[in-house]
Design a protein. Structure first.
Length: 158
């Protein structure tokens, strides 16, 4: 099945953001990570389990009238590090954004360990989680070394 066919599954948007190549079944987590599942009034369309050349199947999300910020990209990296993000303006791709997970995520999420030094308000430290492994993603706190549960991480967004 062609790429073009896949793209036509979701209506073309005039302005906004397209997040393609989301691992199949992760679209809901992406929405949750971006805070788009409830607190928004912009139209969001989502397709799940679309055939993909690279990885069997994938999910796609289109967000109208909203361009993802760098901070949102950093959040997205935690659930869909290989996603492709395109900013759409006047029905065409104005900008392609690359997700770079790098070696650490800084000030995106806080450590999930309650006794961590970063949980102490008297020690204002940047929140640093080290990328320990990428596939599947494993994070550890820079300070206490605790491995982070990716499901809990969603609730610890900064
Ligand atoms: Zn910690």
């Amino acid at each position: 099945m062609s790429q073009e066919h896949n793209m036509r599954r979701v209506t073309a948007i005039r302005n906004g953001t397209v997040i393609d190549h989301i691992p199949a079944g992760q679209a809901m987590r992406v929405l949750e990570m971006l805070g788009l599942q409830s607190s928004t009034t912009v139209p969001v369309s989502m397709v799940m389990n679309v055939p993909s050349k690279k990885k069997g199947t994938k999910d796609i999300i289109k967000v109208e009238d909203r361009e993802l910020t760098q901070n949102e990209l950093n959040r997205l990296a935690l659930v869909a590090p290989e996603a492709h993000v395109a900013i759409i303006r006047a029905y065409s791709v104005a900008q392609k954004l690359t997700i770079d997970l790098g070696e650490e995520v800084k000030n995106v999420v806080r450590c999930t360990f309650s006794n961590c030094i970063t949980a102490n308000p008297r020690e204002p430290l940047p929140h640093r989680l080290k990328i320990y492994k990428t596939d599947p993603l494993q994070l550890r706190c820079h300070y206490c070394g605790r491995p982070q549960d990716l499901v809990d991480v969603i609730h610890n967004l900064l």
